[in-house]
Design a protein around this ligand. Structure first.
Ligand code: G3I
Length: 391
């Protein structure tokens, strides 16, 4: 596998690549403009996005409205690609009544990205979670038939992709359809599979491609780069994506969420091998939701209870980044929120937290410096030792 080419550019030239892909990949016009160079210069080359630009790897974060309103300097300054943590989900954009839309959060995200010369990852169109209540209740009551459900999804996809046509670089079209069992496969109990049938997944990609032909379309899931220990989920997702592409379904890439937990250990070699495996059939790969959680004292301070986790947490972030750097088909590396202050982890995993690269007070942690160092070494080479004195 060819290693990611390391470009040796001056700051301005390097900054011009901040959009990622250097014009090779579909990207909104604003991100290719000279203003992108200006934005990166203003931010300083000494940032995640600045070093990422120099090796053509956009660095991203999921953002909440709070990240945009309260902490714009870091949200805009460190990242060159952003994802709405919830802003573009169906429950958010068509919340209470069928046909009545609320684009507040999605518009805010896209405007923020535009202002900061950032790319946007759209997330997500087809997922069993965060669906509007009117939809799930209608299906449960039998007032929405299977045929109507297909039509409603078609309308949802064309409406949302139409609104942001040309402004979204990558879309997570389908999310989390595979089981965690060994062997893994498409979950027969998934809400969409039960109510619409498995074929809805391929159809969603076809509609999305029709609605915005320049957007890169991803299948996104967790534990798909060996994190399950057996590689069963990777094998199942790989086989399914390959089969769909062979059948002409427009799937351009796989998103590996990469939600790690220090208690389970992590195999960096397996992670990289799996990235290379996806790449071997022409897929692009995005690390879409990276974070590394551990056990903490409480949800407020999120102080790790085991001092070893303070080594494991940045190590695992760094290992993922090094693999991403080594595999050129990885086109973006996104963390799922940058501050522990609004991480999803404490609310979901009792007793765990400390998952992000900045702490609860928006101070950078060792994980931030590890990622920065990995990117800096990739961009500039390892620091050289001073010559030895003559013996
Ligand atoms: O908006 C309501 C608010 O009105 C209410 O007062 C509050 C009370 O709890 O809840 C708010 O909704 C919350 C929503 O986030 C917006 O903040 C939900 O309870 C909460 O469950 C929801 O969590 C989101 C989660 O997806 C849902 O599964 C997280 O923020 C979001 O980061 C997370 O993201 C997912 C990815 O989309 C897919 N992969 C896994 C990842 C982590 O779960």
């Amino acid at each position: 596998m060819e290693r990611r080419s390391v470009l040796t550019l001056g700051a301005a030239g390097a900054a011009a690549l901040v959009a990622g892909g250097a014009g090779l990949l579909a990207s909104p016009a604003w991100a290719d403009s000279p203003k992108a160079a200006e934005a990166a210069r203003k931010t300083g080359a000494d940032s995640l996005r600045g070093y990422g630009a120099r090796i053509n790897l956009p660095i991203g974060s999921a953002l909440t409205p709070q990240d945009i309103e309260q902490w714009a300097e870091i949200s805009g300054g460190q990242f060159s690609v952003v994802t709405g943590a919830n802003a573009m989900k169906w429950q958010t954009v068509e919340p209470t009544t069928q046909g009545v839309y609320d684009w507040t959060d999605a518009d805010q995200l896209v405007a923020f990205a535009h202002a900061n010369h950032q790319l946007v990852r759209g997330h997500t169109l087809l997922w069993h979670n965060q669906l509007p209540n009117w939809l799930t209740a209608g299906v449960a009551a039998g007032t929405i038939s299977k045929t109507q459900l297909w039509s409603l999804l078609e309308k949802h996809i064309f409406t949302e992709l139409g609104r942001y046509k040309g402004k979204i670089w990558q879309w997570d079209v389908a999310n989390e359809f595979f089981t965690d069992s060994n062997p893994s496969g498409i979950n027969p109990n998934d809400w969409w599979v039960v109510n619409a049938g498995e074929d809805i997944i391929a159809q969603a990609f076809k509609w999305a491609h029709e609605a915005d032909p320049h957007a890169l379309l991803f299948y996104n899931d967790y534990n798909v780069t060996g994190e399950d220990g057996t590689n069963a989920k990777h094998d199942a997702v790989f086989a399914w994506v390959q089969q769909q592409r062979d059948a002409g379904v427009p799937i351009h890439g796989v998103g590996t969420q990469a939600h790690l937990d220090t208690q389970y250990g992590f195999d960096p070699q397996r992670f990289q091998t799996d990235l290379e495996h996806y790449a071997s059939i022409g897929l692009k790969i995005a690390v879409t939701e990276a974070d590394v959680r551990t056990f903490v004292s409480d949800a407020t301070t999120q102080t790790p209870t085991d001092s070893l986790s303070q080594f494991a947490q940045p190590f695992e972030y760094s290992a993922m980044m090094q693999a991403a750097i080594a595999v050129p088909e990885v086109i973006s590396f996104t963390v799922w929120g940058w501050t522990d202050a609004d991480s999803w982890v404490p609310g979901t995993f009792k007793g765990e937290g400390y998952a992000c690269i900045y702490d609860v007070n928006q101070q950078p942690k060792q994980a931030y410096y590890s990622l920065l160092q990995d990117l800096k070494i990739a961009a500039e080479g390892a620091p050289r030792r001073a010559p030895l004195p003559r013996a």
